[in-house]
Write a protein of this length. Structure first.
Length: 114
């Protein structure tokens, strides 16, 4: 029973130590955040023009790339429709060949004029 009590005290001590360390780290992090806040704001203010220029360059690249992408998509769709039509008609090829053979055998030839 005493061993269980000692174990509980050790767990409570470990938790207290973890709470103290986490509070100290939180305090140091908060102080560091407030000390570096003016530099972060300055870097954010300096980044605004760079971000605008980068965005404009991306917009220009997009304006150039969109017609190329759309042409590729349209070509892909046209080829897809053609492939679908061929795949639907492909099983009909033996019947078409049989019909052409029957037409070639049974057609009437006009009488030759002598």
């Amino acid at each position: 029973m005493v061993g269980l009590f000692v174990l509980a005290l050790l767990v409570m001590g470990g938790l207290a130590l973890a709470a103290f360390i986490s509070a100290a780290v939180f305090l140091l992090r908060t102080i560091l955040w407030f000390v570096l806040l003016p530099f972060r704001l300055l870097m954010w203010a300096l980044w605004i023009p760079i971000g605008i220029v980068t965005g404009l360059l991306g917009l220009a690249a997009g304006v150039v790339a969109i017609p190329v992408i759309l042409a590729g998509v349209v070509g892909f769709l046209v080829l897809g429709v053609i492939a679908a039509a061929v795949s639907v008609m492909l099983p009909l090829v033996p019947f078409v060949l049989l019909g052409l053979l029957c037409w070639a055998l049974f057609r009437r030839r006009p009488a030759a004029a002598y």
